[in-house]
Design a binder for this molecule. Structure first.
Ligand SMILES: *Cc1c(COP(=O)(O)O)cnc(C)c1O
Length: 408
């Protein structure tokens, strides 16, 4: 088992002995599903009736005119059910859980987006669902917690440690060890022990498969560059996979936060603050000091605020196949405003990182080129976070009045 799931030294499965049989079962179910042509068919047909697939590619005509460079195309993962590409992963894992005959799913969530996606999947498949959340995150993300509970999930506050995502991960693993016969752990991104990086990327590859065909139909040729934001790495691997064997530059954009020199960012692959290490069951670049202590991370986008990164991306960085850049919080707000006002699109703060880098490079490309940006999610569902990020005074006043109204 330990020999599987390595990407030139990154990845692996560093798991407690007691979970080995459960992981073997999962690897086996995934391999069988992957080799069964009906499974992908079942998956795409489920996604077309439940989550608007295939999502369109939109030509950004006004931005293209403005930058006077390449034609700019946008893959619309924001149109998925629950507003982001996360639906691709959770629904795929749901089908696997059904195949394994399990009846209960658990997940951990920081920003709450993966929790909401998992709760919708559990409701659709009729699974029991428990979501672990650090108490601090739970308080910050009330709107997402509200939806998880309405969807029928049990949301458990984690009071250990610093009461954030990593503590919730530990608690979810404890639950899994106790209930592995009945329970599947739905990991939210292309991280963690094998087979999760491979499995999550496999489900997300639906983005790249669709996008390659769509841009060939629309533009008659391949794009010069493809841009995606990188949190754990799942939406990036999803769209990149469609162009991996083509002469197309792949650009991953991490959270530059308050700047790469500020220590307040979440850039693992293009800052000097990350080291290769083993944590949370896998080997990759983690934001940690020389003693292996994990560092605090910061991003304006909750979905990019994570210490680790997909081992597959660490490998693709070292292999020189994917280039990594960082976008600062301030650049993200500017790119988001521009995209909203020029195109009427509302990318999530996470996705806006990819737009930043695309906009930086567009003026250097020619009108012979085209580029493709993955809009991983929509921003309008995150009105609390985005209104805060823009420090909108009228919004603040509205919230105050609303709160007073409830107490009247
Ligand atoms: C969760 C999330 C991300 C980050 O996750 P990846 O695994 O890196 O894709 C990016 N964009 C949106 C909209 C998200 O919700």
């Amino acid at each position: 088992m330990i020999n599987r799931g390595y990407y030139e030294g990154f990845g692996g499965a560093y798991i407690p002995e007691i979970l080995v049989a459960t992981f073997d079962e999962l690897v086996d179910a995934f391999q069988k599903a992957k080799n069964d042509p009906h499974f992908w068919q079942e998956y795409t047909s489920l996604m077309s009736s439940f989550s608007c697939r295939p999502t369109p590619v939109t030509f950004a005509e006004n931005l293209t005119r403005m930058f006077k460079g390449p034609r700019i195309y946008i893959k619309r993962e924001d149109l998925n059910h629950t507003g982001a590409h996360k639906a691709n992963n959770v629904m795929g894992q749901g089908l696997l859980v059904k195949r394994m005959g399990k009846k209960r799913v658990i997940a951990e969530t920081g920003a709450g987006q993966h929790g909401v996606a998992t709760a919708t999947m559990a409701a659709r498949f009729g699974f029991e669902c428990t979501i672990y959340m650090g108490e601090v995150d739970l308080e910050r993300q009330r709107p997402n917690v509200f939806w998880m509970e309405r969807l029928g999930a049990r949301v458990v506050p984690v009071l250990d440690g610093t009461r954030i995502l990593k503590d919730a991960i530990n608690e979810a693993f404890r639950d899994w060890v106790t209930h592995m016969d009945t329970t599947h752990y739905v990991l939210g991104t292309a991280c963690g022990p094998h087979p999760f990086p491979e499995m999550v990327s496999y489900f997300q590859s639906i983005i790249g498969k669709e996008a390659r065909k769509q841009i060939m139909d629309l533009d008659g040729r391949l794009p010069s560059r493809v841009y995606a934001c990188v949190g754990g790495g799942s939406n990036a691997l999803g769209i990149f996979s469609g162009f991996m064997d083509d002469p197309v530059a792949l650009v991953g954009v991490e959270a530059g936060g308050k700047g790469l020199d500020s220590g307040e960012h979440a850039s693992r692959l293009c800052s000097n603050d990350a080291r290769i290490g083993v944590a949370q069951g896998y080997k990759t670049y983690f934001l940690q000091n020389s003693d292996g202590q994990m560092k605090k991370t910061h991003s304006i986008a909750a979905g990019l605020d994570y210490v680790g990164v997909s081992p597959i991306l660490s490998h693709l960085k070292e292999a020189g196949r994917v280039r990594f850049e960082a976008a600062s919080d301030e650049e993200v707000l500017n790119a988001l405003s521009l995209t909203m006002q020029k195109e009427g699109l509302i990318p999530a703060l996470e996705s806006a990182h990819a737009f930043v880098q695309a906009f930086k490079e567009a003026p250097t490309l020619s009108s012979e080129d085209s580029i493709l940006i993955n809009q991983s999610g929509r921003g309008d569902k995150d009105i609390f976070t985005i209104a805060d990020a823009f420090t909108d005074p009228k919004w603040r006043e509205f919230i105050k009045k609303k709160a007073e109204g409830y107490h009247a």
